[in-house]
Design a protein around this ligand. Structure first.
Ligand code: F1P
Length: 600
């Protein structure tokens, strides 16, 4: 494939903001004009394109555009929410701050709730944060998309964590303002204002919140957001919904949606902590400055384009030949490795063995609600010991191993593990965060000598260690998102800028898949849905049983299948039978190539 650099001309920066651009889609589902040909780009161009997409997060609001991260209204709302958290921190008795979401949003809720609780523990204060993730803790490490559609289970889990509480600040995260699980929780909060103050975080304008009926409910995400908008005038509900531009891979909210979630909530919770613990009042300027500092985080990270490109190339080579990519991390950066790896399955139809994360100390250091999950299967074995036992013996030079650590970690331990890995593969790389004031540890040189590439990220000495860690976390998220996305692009798992092998395991993904088939095949919706169902049920003719089943049944069956959308597309474009499409895709797994080869 000719991976040219043509996508790297970024002249169409704001095309997506025009009212005529994909007018039926919310911002979070639109395709980004910057990435139209990212599937054919070189590794270097992929990284630079992702940089340009991420930069859209910090674009200024213009008169015609939606509110942005740094917009006046957003900053004011962040201040108000921070003050609510401050009140709870000062009087934690019978109070709670709950962060909740599905998929990546739930994983980030977990990361922030546990990190800020850790800060409180250090100060000997009561812990006030709880997290909820749709599908429970197994969803921290694996794709559990179906519970996202279940508003009742959202409410039940909320009631459970809040039992006996008299004051709850509930922060519901849904990047697309779309998950029924979160809509149910917000609706419940609105019905019990004496206890609950709801905050919604998402990245679409309010009128673009999902308005699809939720089976068994009288509300939609849209109607909940409308009620909240009304109530936000009297500050009994809050909406934090700046737009950050379409995702680099259409709808992949794990990328900018996840990063923006982390930026916003890190800023809110840090401001509240400073106010409650060090008497530094929450101010407009303080919030704005903190947000701007994250803009610098992007600059510092992407200044390492060359190192990132080397990692994308190495990971892409591994995935292309059916080998694996492993992230071996320390501290909270390891959690970002676990998160990034867990998302490859639903996003690219990857196997859990393709990209895996491991954490020093495993569940001892993870601090998840349900404790060790190793009994659920090999996918849930996450410690470095698990890696040494079940992965290391089978490694070869084709596998890519990435060490992720900081100056604050035990560098001797990192060097020890690096030596073990190096005995099996030379394809070892490192990402190392440190400040310009740090003196290099002796072992650091050893580690670099053992690695094919080392991405040394040097940060200015910060005002606070906790802010430095948050920057390292965001930077690691950007890096790993680039590595896993870039590697899957090189493997052919992206068609133009769409996740062609997306799992069709909940209503949002089912609709997205149908839309994608319409866009790529130009056939009407009914025909596309028919092809999708044929690929899900693996039949050439749909039976009465299939057509009379509801979407939940379809998405449950799709869970057991692979390559659903690629198959449906080949069938639609060529008119061939499913079995033919299957063998064609086996010979040419890069879907764009498979389709073009057939059509020519
Ligand atoms: C939640 C989510 C995503 C995941 C996939 C399915 O989305 O689980 O995190 O990557 O797209 O949906 P949202 O509710 O935050 O929009």
């Amino acid at each position: 494939m000719d991976r040219s650099d043509q996508t790297c001309g970024f002249s169409t920066m704001c095309e997506w903001e025009s009212p005529d651009y994909e007018p039926t889609l919310p911002v979070s589902e639109k395709s980004n004009p910057l990435t139209r040909n990212i599937d054919r780009a070189s590794a270097d161009c992929i990284v630079r394109t992702l940089q340009a997409c991420d930069a859209q997060m910090f674009q200024e609001q213009t008169e015609a555009s939606h509110q942005k991260l740094l917009s006046d209204q957003v900053v004011k709302t962040l201040m108000e929410v921070a003050k609510r958290v401050e009140i709870i921190l000062k009087d934690p008795q019978d109070s709670l701050v709950v962060l909740s979401g599905c998929g990546t949003s739930g994983r980030l809720a977990f990361l922030m709730a546990t990190s800020f609780n850790r800060e409180l523990r250090k100060l000997n204060r009561s812990l006030v944060y709880s997290y909820i993730i749709a599908g429970g803790d197994r969803a921290l490490l694996s794709s559990q998309e179906a519970p996202e559609d279940d508003p009742r289970s959202g409410v039940l889990s909320l009631k459970k964590v809040c039992e006996g509480k008299k004051q709850v600040l509930f922060i519901g995260i849904s990047c697309g303002l779309s998950a029924p699980f979160v809509a149910g929780q917000l609706d419940f909060c609105l019905q019990h204002p004496e206890v609950y103050t709801p905050v919604v975080v998402g990245f679409n304008p309010a009128h673009q919140a999902k308005d699809e009926p939720i089976p068994g409910c009288t509300f939609t995400f849209h109607s909940v957001v409308q009620r909240m908008q009304e109530l936000s005038k009297s500050q009994v509900a809050f909406l934090i919904n700046p737009t950050v531009g379409p995702e680099a891979i259409s709808g992949s909210s794990r990328m900018k949606g996840g990063s923006a979630t982390k930026i916003l909530l890190d800023v809110v919770l840090s401001a509240a902590h400073a106010a409650a613990c060090t008497n530094t009042p929450v101010t407009y300027e303080g919030i704005l400055q903190h947000m701007r500092a994250y803009d610098k985080t992007l600059d510092i990270t992407y200044a390492k384009t060359e190192g990132m490109t080397a990692l994308v190339e190495a990971a892409g080579r591994s995935l292309r030949c059916g080998s694996r990519v492993c992230y071996l991390g320390w501290g909270s950066l390891a959690v970002l490795g676990l998160i990034d790896a867990s998302e490859c399955d639903p996003t690219f139809g990857a196997d859990y063995e393709d990209v895996r994360g491991f954490m020093s100390g495993g569940y001892r250091n993870l601090s998840n609600n349900e404790g060790p999950l190793t009994s659920l299967g090999p996918q849930f074995c996450i410690s470095h010991e698990d890696f040494l036992r079940s992965v290391l013996p089978y490694l070869s030079d084709q596998d890519t191993i990435l060490l992720i650590f900081t100056r604050s970690d035990d560098v001797t331990e990192v060097a020890k593990l690096a030596r073990r890995v190096r005995e099996k593969t030379s394809n070892l790389h490192a990402v190392y965060h440190h400040t310009d004031g740090d003196t290099a540890a002796a072992e650091q040189g050893d580690i670099s000598n053992l690695c094919l590439s080392t991405l040394n990220v040097t940060w200015p000495t910060p005002a606070s260690r906790s802010f430095l860690l948050m920057q390292w976390e965001l930077s690691t998220k950007l890096l790993l998102n680039a590595v896993s996305t870039g590697a899957h692009i090189l493997k052919g798992k992206v068609y133009r800028n769409h996740m062609i092998d997306v799992q069709v395991t909940n209503s949002k993904l089912y609709r997205r898949a149908t839309r994608l088939l319409q866009k790529l095949s130009a056939h009407p919706e009914s025909k596309c849905e028919e092809a999708l169902l044929r690929a899900i049920y693996r039949v050439d003719k749909l039976t009465q049983d299939i057509t009379s089943s509801d979407m939940t049944a379809h998405t449950l069956t799709a869970r057991k299948r692979t390559k659903v959308v690629p198959l449906a597309l080949v069938v639609l474009l060529t008119g061939c039978a499913l079995s033919e499409a299957e063998s064609h895709l086996e010979q040419q797994p890069i879907v764009r190539e498979a389709v073009e080869a057939w059509l020519s």
